[in-house]
Design a protein around this ligand. Structure first.
Ligand SMILES: N[C@@H](CCC(=O)N[C@@H](CSC=O)C(=O)NCC(=O)O)C(=O)O
Length: 283
């Protein structure tokens, strides 16, 4: 798969790059960011995937999270894809910020007109890691995943649906129970069809954790307490924590006094999350 370098900027001794490529899974040109710390010049390194939230491109995380400093400190590669297919001109794909372009929800759609291209789950779990592993020096089997909001939902479902694929998972302000919140109900109805027939529980972390069957897993959930979307019941961390307790899956809930949903919040704690992942990746 041919990669085209879109940009390259030196950062903390390493390189923040953006590449584009033709995605066979999504049927369009996709961009992703990759931070290569200075250690990547000499060694194969572990990788953390970051999944962004609604309205984001690959640029938001690169420019706002401040992750490069910590990735350089710990010698870890960070890869961050875009949040949906783009430039397909599917009718209705740009009508709202929470559905269609910028809102792929990290699932494989089953409904027309989305099912041919809206396959972000396969893209982030199979196609993109294949491209990354064959083009960069990734230490075999050493990958973790994290994300924010819609991307936090994505990180959680990717880990819960693929026992053992990721060494660790963490999420900032994730949409924890999409089947029960307005964002999720809208997206799942459009991409998957009705709840009764659309197998929504296969794409919902709170449901998936109840039937998790694999090597021990721990969920690190981070939540700002002044997050508007928390009070609007879009995120529902309490439902996920309750489900984890019921089935004995360990979950850490970090409650952050005064923080909202923004990248200012993410930047405040991204170093803590990267350290958490690196500890799991180095085991
Ligand atoms: N109405 C807002 C909603 C968009 C928003 O807040 N997006 C968040 C993620 S929300 C859940 O997935 C985000 O990360 N925005 C990008 C940023 O750089 O802050 C709007 O349309 O802006």
């Amino acid at each position: 798969m041919a990669l085209k370098e879109v940009s390259s900027n030196k950062s903390f001794g390493g390189w923040q790059k953006v590449y584009s490529h033709e995605s066979s899974e999504l049927g369009c040109t996709m961009k992703f960011g990759i931070y290569l710390p200075p250690q990547a010049e000499e060694n194969k390194l572990p990788v953390i995937y970051w999944l962004s939230g609604l309205t984001c491109t690959e640029a938001n995380f690169i420019e706002k999270a401040g992750a490069q400093r910590y990735a350089a400190e710990h010698g870890v590669i960070i890869v961050n894809p875009d949040t949906s297919p783009r430039d397909l001109n599917i009718p209705g794909d740009c009508d709202a910020y929470d559905f269609g372009v910028g809102a792929g929800f990290y699932l494989n759609a089953t409904q027309e007109p989305w099912k041919k291209n809206y396959r972000m789950y396969n893209y982030v779990t199979i196609e993109l890691p294949g491209i990354v592993n064959s083009n960069f020096g990734i230490a075999e089997g050493k990958q973790s995943i994290m994300g924010h909001s819609m991307g936090g939902h994505g990180a959680l479902i990717c880990a819960l649906k693929n026992p053992g694929l990721y060494r660790s998972v963490s999420a900032f302000a994730p949409i924890c129970n999409p089947s029960e919140c307005p964002w999720g109900i809208k997206a799942f109805s459009g991409y998957l069809g009705q709840k009764e027939t659309g197998f929504w529980s296969e794409w919902d972390a709170t449901e998936l954790v109840k039937r998790y069957n694999g090597p021990p897993i721990e969920l690190l959930i981070d939540q700002g307490l002044e997050d508007n979307f928390l009070s609007q019941k879009q995120l529902l961390p309490e439902n996920l924590i309750e489900a984890c307790k019921a089935v004995g899956v360990p979950a850490i809930l970090k409650k952050r006094e005064g923080y909202n949903h923004s990248y200012f919040y993410i930047a405040s704690f991204i170093g803590e999350h990267i350290k958490y992942h690196v500890e799991a990746l180095l085991k």
